[in-house]
Design a protein around this ligand. Structure first.
Ligand code: CAA
Length: 398
């Protein structure tokens, strides 16, 4: 890996246009009116919020960067980030579903799909009519993503790959109509033997496994998926045989910017609740916000939130540049994801502390923010993996 851009040599030039502001305000309005009132109930039940996801599809939010001719909204990387922040601020579960649909599924198909694959698998998902997912992880293969055990074997006629194996932690696995699946076609070649397939979940041999009982983002359904002699037509191969690992990593670069934006949205929600509480809650004869120990927390929370935003905007710029020059934005995406996710866990923890006993109660959303934030340091590459990616880039190592 090599460093993609020298951050020392560029100024941040990102301006919100009127369209960006209109989009942000529309998403904020929708999220505050339609998602906030149901977030606690869906967190409790763990049900999938299909109605609000469908409405977001109608608003163009399930395929934000996908061109209109493929069912999307034809907007840019900043629009996606602004959307993710506003949705996550209302409810992290909703934003997880939006994120996987947009930046793992749609982005992967846009970049690597054939015209036929786009027509069949992208149009219905980008328009929000169907739900897309991405499946890389297996029970024995998480951070070390190249070591999977599932297999796809081409039949003698060369018409179908027969897929067998078990995948885990599939976001939207219990409901997805289509999935980008990564599995081994040439096991002896390790990561160079991974291939990517478009999976139609209505075909025989596709089985939805156990739903994960999670600490947070409980309304974002996560499950295992199992393949038992699933016959995948060769035309559903995404890219060439052996391209799978690179496709998975390329797509995760986009995904990590989305998770960074999600983390920022959760942190902002926890921060705003803390400001309000610090103004209203009285102790020792006045609002707790007058005490320096609370003020120190507020100052550190705010500073880390704004630093996260700058790293995310920096990653957005790098992604837009990459759209033009075909380059990578791995470093920028990993830095944004690392810092924003660690900020989200820090800010939500301090928010609970500022709220005291109330922060531990389900009567206010702060405890949900605290639980939801935790996943952002784990999925789409743990903080440890982001540090590996960043350091390898800087050291020029592989
Ligand atoms: N873009 C394009 N290509 C890339 C790349 C990227 N970002 N990163 C690596 N590659 C390429 C390399 O250039 C290399 O290519 P060559 O073989 O041609 O030289 C190849 O991929 C292998 O790269 P590495 O040697 O660096 O691979 P590695 O085995 O050491 O792994 C890793 C690197 C960064 C640790 C990677 O395995 C990784 O990111 N692991 C974490 C996986 C992850 O994020 N999983 C989450 C899954 S999604 C999820 O969370 C569920 C959900 O639904 C949300």
């Amino acid at each position: 890996m090599v460093a993609t851009h020298d951050l020392n040599d560029q100024a941040l030039t990102l301006a919100l246009t009127d369209e960006h502001r209109m989009l942000r305000d529309a998403v904020r309005d929708f999220a505050q009116k339609e998602i906030v009132p149901i977030a606690a109930e869906y967190d409790e039940s763990g049900d999938f919020p299909l109605d609000t996801i469908r409405k977001m599809g109608e608003m163009g939010l399930m395929g934000i960067e996908v061109p209109e001719e493929y069912g999307g909204a034809g907007m840019d990387a900043l629009s996606y980030v602004l959307t993710m922040i506003e949705v996550a601020k209302a409810d992290a579960s909703h934003s997880t579903i939006v994120s996987v649909n947009n930046s793992l599924y749609c982005h992967g198909l846009m970049k690597f799909g054939t015209e036929e694959q786009k027509q069949r698998f992208l149009v219905p998902v980008a328009s929000g009519e169907k739900i897309g997912a991405y499946s890389l992880t297996e029970p024995m293969s998480g951070s070390d993503a190249g070591t999977m055990q599932s297999r796809a074997v081409l039949n003698d006629a060369g018409t179908h790959y027969r897929i067998n194996g078990r995948k885990s932690w599939v976001t939207s696995g219990p409901v997805a109509d289509y999935i980008i699946l990564f599995t081994l076609t040439e096991p002896e070649q390790k990561h160079k033997g991974v291939s990517a397939f478009m999976i139609d979940t209505s075909l025989p041999g596709f089985i939805r496994g156990k739903k994960e009982p999670k600490l947070g983002i409980r309304a974002s359904a996560t499950s295992e998926i199992i393949f038992e002699d699933y016959d995948c037509p060769v035309e559903n191969l995404l890219g060439k045989p052996g391209d799978g690992f690179k496709i998975a990593m390329t797509v995760l670069d986009a995904g990590r910017i989305g998770i960074a934006a999600q983390a920022l949205g959760i942190a902002e929600a926890a921060y705003e609740a803390s400001i309000q509480y610090a103004r209203e809650r009285e102790a020792f004869g006045g609002p707790i916000g007058q005490f320096q120990m609370i003020q120190q927390k507020i100052a550190d929370m705010k500073t880390r939130i704004e630093a996260s935003r700058l790293l995310i905007y920096n990653a957005v710029l790098a992604k837009e540049r990459a759209k033009k020059d075909g380059g990578r934005y791995t470093l920028e995406a990993s830095m944004a994801k690392l810092f924003a996710s660690e900020t989200a866990t820090y800010v939500t923890d301090e928010a609970v502390q500022i709220h005291g006993g109330m922060g531990y109660s389900k009567e206010v959303p702060v405890e949900r923010y605290y639980r939801d934030a935790r996943i952002t340091r784990i999925y789409e590459g743990t903080s440890e993996i982001q540090r590996v990616v960043i350091a390898r880039n800087e050291l020029g190592l592989r």
